[in-house]
Design a binder for this molecule. Structure first.
Ligand code: ZN
Length: 77
């Protein structure tokens, strides 16, 4: 069902006991399409996440420490 880690740079073969499985509904003009499954291995799921984009399909994202966490949050001191 899932051959390997969704990270193209990683060669880990699928093992449901480790890592993280993602499910995405592929949208078509007729409505919801088949569910697609993707998997990130233990190592990659620590650094990356997967996101579904209607135009580009599934993309690997890294919500690492580079992401600024400023936003509108005003924390109470
Ligand atoms: Zn991996």
């Amino acid at each position: 069902m899932i051959p390997k880690c969704a990270n193209p740079a990683c060669a880990s073969t699928f093992d449901y006991r480790y890592g993280r499985v993602f499910r995405f509904l592929k949208r078509t003009t007729d409505g919801d399409g088949p569910v697609q499954h993707f998997w990130l291995c233990e190592e990659c799921s620590r650094s990356y996440s997967l996101e579904y984009d209607e135009q580009r399909g599934v993309a690997i994202i890294s919500p690492g420490p580079d992401t600024p966490s400023t936003g509108n949050v005003t924390s109470a001191a």
